[in-house]
Design a protein around this ligand. Structure first.
Ligand code: ADP
Length: 299
């Protein structure tokens, strides 16, 4: 604005001087007067338009920087949250496993006590394994994931999913169903590895965030495999529904949260669905809870 103002003022001075000059040189003609007026207006319009263009460029540049800065702050906060949660998620199972071994080594325990301690140790090893697997998957998935279609049918697929969860905690709360109107025997090709990981993450979340039973449903309509997982937990607020699929994103504050996790599960689910050109939708369950629905193309 200051620069535009200076140039307009200079243009005014030149205009007045040119007017005075032609009066002094007795060269006043209607045409030269008109010419000077025309040039004066042209220059003014040019200066003001340039000023507006530079002003807008400056404003958009500053807004872009501001948005980038805010995004950066959010990313840093998410990464800090991830570091806090991953440190906790890796350290606490290791501490429990160490304690289990120390107890077995130091004390002369009964057989059933040994078994209880070993069982807890195995649970902690599984927890550690799950977190490491998620961290590795999340790192590899964006660059190195290749869709691998394998022949299967609904019954085989459900057995496969149940098999991957056979020793999981709280498994008795999962109700597995296959849609009755779907053909369970006809074979189709699908990325079975992706389906396993998607189902595992969704079921684990549903169990983690709700105390009641969790419903798992498989269906095949036209050429699409439809997976749905519903729970009756607290649900996900509307303004968080997009965020939860971002890498490291967890609702709430890491320092006050009681639930375990690293914010990678739904990121992995979303990436696998994208790799398979599928769709993911999230709706509210009634009276409370969430329903995750995934649609994947089959061959
Ligand atoms: P986490 O390891 O924290 O579970 P996820 O990526 O699986 O990471 O989930 C991201 C966040 O989404 C979770 O921290 C939780 O706040 C929310 N969330 C995911 N699934 C559910 C669910 N079934 N019910 C309620 N909240 C959920």
């Amino acid at each position: 604005m200051w620069w535009t103002f200076l140039l307009v003022r200079k243009n005014n001075i030149i205009y007045t001087q040119q007017k005075e000059f032609i009066t002094l040189t007795d060269n006043v003609s209607a045409q030269s007067n008109k010419q000077i007026d025309k040039e004066y207006f042209r220059q003014n319009i040019m200066i003001i338009s340039e000023g507006i263009v530079f002003g807008l460029a400056l404003i958009s540049g500053i807004s872009y920087l501001w948005i980038a800065y805010k995004r950066d702050l959010k990313n840093t906060a998410r990464q800090n949250n991830f570091l806090l949660s991953v440190t906790h998620e890796l350290k606490s199972p290791l501490a429990s496993i160490k304690l289990a071994f120390e107890t077995i080594k130091k004390r002369n325990l009964e057989r059933h006590q040994n078994q209880d301690i070993s069982k807890n140790g195995i649970i902690e090893v599984d927890r550690l394994h799950k977190q490491l697997e998620n961290i590795l998957d999340a790192t590899a998935i964006e660059q190195n994931y290749y869709v691998d279609f394998i022949n299967t049918n609904l019954t085989m697929l459900l057995d496969d999913i149940i098999d991957t969860r056979k020793n999981a905690i709280d498994e008795s709360r999962v109700i597995y169903q296959v849609d009755k109107s779907s053909d369970t025997k006809s074979e189709f090709k699908i990325d079975v590895n992706a389906v396993r990981k998607i189902c595992k993450n969704l079921i684990e979340n549903a169990l983690k965030y709700s105390k009641d039973n969790v419903e798992f449903n498989l269906a095949k309509k036209n050429n699409k495999l439809i997976i749905s997982v519903s729970d009756t937990g607290p649900g996900i607020p509307d303004d968080e529904k997009d965020n939860i699929f971002k890498r490291f994103y967890r609702i709430g504050n890491e320092e006050t949260r009681s639930s375990t996790g690293t914010g990678l599960g739904l990121f992995i689910v979303n990436q696998l669905v994208k790799k398979n050109n599928g769709q993911i939708s999230l709706s509210n369950n009634s009276p409370s809870g969430s329903i995750f629905k995934i649609e994947l193309n089959t061959k």
